[in-house]
Design a protein around this ligand. Sequence first.
Ligand code: C2E
Ligand code: MG
Ligand code: MG
Length: 495
Amino acid sequence: AIEDATVTPGITSFDAVMEHKDGVRMVPLEFSIVNLIDDPVVGGLVVTAHDITPLREAQDSLEFLATHDPLTRLANRNLLLERIEQALSRARELGPVTVFFVDLDRFKPVNDLLGHDAGDLLLVEIAVKLRRLAREGDTIARLGGDEFVLVAQSVASLAAAQAIAQRVENAVSEPVEMIGGPVQVYASVGFARSDHASTAESLLADADGAMYLVKAERRGDLRRSSIPVSERRAMVEALAVALREDQLVVFYQPLVNLKSRVIVGLEALVRWEHPERGLLLPGDFIGVAEESGLDIALGEHVLRTACIQLRDWEGLTAEPLSMAVNMSAAQLADPVFGSVVRDAVDAAGITPDRLCLEITEHDVLERGARGASRSPLACLSSLREVGVKLAVDDFGTGYSSLTHLRRFPVDVLKIDRIFVRGLGRELSDTSIVRAVVGLARAMDMTSIAEGVEQEAQVEALLAMGCEIGQGYALGRPAPADQIRETLELGTPTGL
Ligand code: C2E
Ligand code: MG
Ligand code: MG
C-alpha cells in the first residue's frame, strides 16, 4: 500500500492489523498516507495511523445487536432466516434442512411468580443447554419470549430428527439450580424437514405448526385419549347409546379439610360402564363427547345425578356438604345452561349455593373466548345469578396471568396437581402454589389443592394456608354407596 501511495497523488487510506508493542495484542489501525513527494519542503510521504479498536468494537456490537438476541446471545429471527436460507442453498449437497421449534411449557407462570430476573436467568440457562446439544454448523436462535429454534443440516432421517427433539425435551426439562432451589420447565418440540419447495419462512412456519400439534396433543393428554379417528365415529354411536341406556355412572371424590380431615364436599366424576371394555375413565371418552356435542347431554346427566345424590346424603354430616360438578366449554356457552342448572337444583331440593360448577382454566380463557356468542365472563356471571358457586379447575395450566383472573366471578381456585406434586421439592412449584393460595385469599376465594398424594404435601399446604385438598391420600373417587359408608363412619376414605 505504501508503494501505491508513492505513485498516487493526494491521500490514500487503508486499514491494517499490526502487533501491539506488548507483543500480545493485535491492533486494528487506520492508516492515512498523504503523498507530499512533490512538495519541496517535505519531499516524502506523511503516514499517520490511529488505533480504531473502539470503532471496530462499536461496529461489531451494532452488527451483533442487529443479528442476535441480547439476553441469550443466540441468533435472532433475522439471522435465523438468513442461516436457514444458506442451509437450503446447500441442501442439494448436504441433504435436507431440519428446523426444530422449541416452545417452553410452564415458563410463563414461573416468570410471573419468580420475577423477570429469574425468568431471564432461566432463559439463559436454557440457551446454554441448547448450545451444548448443538453440533458444529447448527444454528440456535431465540425468537423472543420462550421460543427457541434449532437448525441442523444433514440429520440423516426422520428417526434421527425425532431423537434430537427428544434430547432437546430431556435437556430442557432437567431442573435448573437457582437461588432458593431448583426450577423446572418443560419443552414442546416440533420439527419440519425441507423439500425442494421449502423457503426459510415456510420451513420455520411448518416447524412452528408441528410444535403446536405436539403441545395441543400433550395438553389434551390429561383429558383426551389417542383414540384413532376411525374408532371415534363408532365411539360417538356407542356413547349416545350409553346415555340412553344409563351406562354412565358417577363416582365421587372427597374434598377434605386438611386440618380436621373432615369431608367438606365431593366432586362428581363421570365413568362409563362399557359393556365390553369395562369401566372407562373420562380421559377415554370426554374428548369424543366434546367433539360430537354429546358433552351437553352427558354433563346434564351428571349434574342431575350429583344433585340428587347430594340430597340423599343430607344429614350424614354435621356441616352441609358441597357438590362439585365439572362442566365443558360448550355447556358454559349454552344459552339454556343456566335454566338447566336451576332446574337440576330445584328437582333435587337443594339450595344452589351447595353446588359448585368447575370449568378448566383452559376452557374459560382460551376456548370460551372463541366461537361462543357470549363471552365466558357473561356466561359465568349468569350462572352466578342462579346462585351456584364457580371454580376454576386445573388452575396454573392455562397460562393465564394471575391477575387476569380478577375479572372472573369465581369462588374457588383448584390448584392443578402438577404443581402440588412438586410441593416442597421444587422452588417453582412451591412458589406457584404459595402464590395461588395467597392470591385466592386476597381475592376472597377458596383454594383447593388437587392431586394430594402424600402427607408431606398436606403439611406444606397447611403451612401456606391452603385448607382444602383432594387426592388419593385423602380419598379416591368411589361409587356413591361407598361414599355413603365413609360419610357414616365420619372419616375420609383413604389408601
Ligand atoms: P378434574 O376435574 O381435574 O378431576 C380430577 C381428576 O384427578 C380425576 O380424574 C381424579 O380421579 C384425578 N385425581 C384425583 N386425585 C388424584 C391424585 O391424588 N393423583 C392423581 N394422579 N390423580 C388424581 P378423572 O376422574 O379421570 O377425571 C379426569 C377429568 O375429566 C376431570 O379432571 C374433568 O376435567 C373431566 N371430567 C370428569 N367428569 C366430568 C364430567 O362429568 N363432565 C365433564 N365435562 N368433564 C368431566
Ligand atoms: Mg374438576
Ligand atoms: Mg382438576
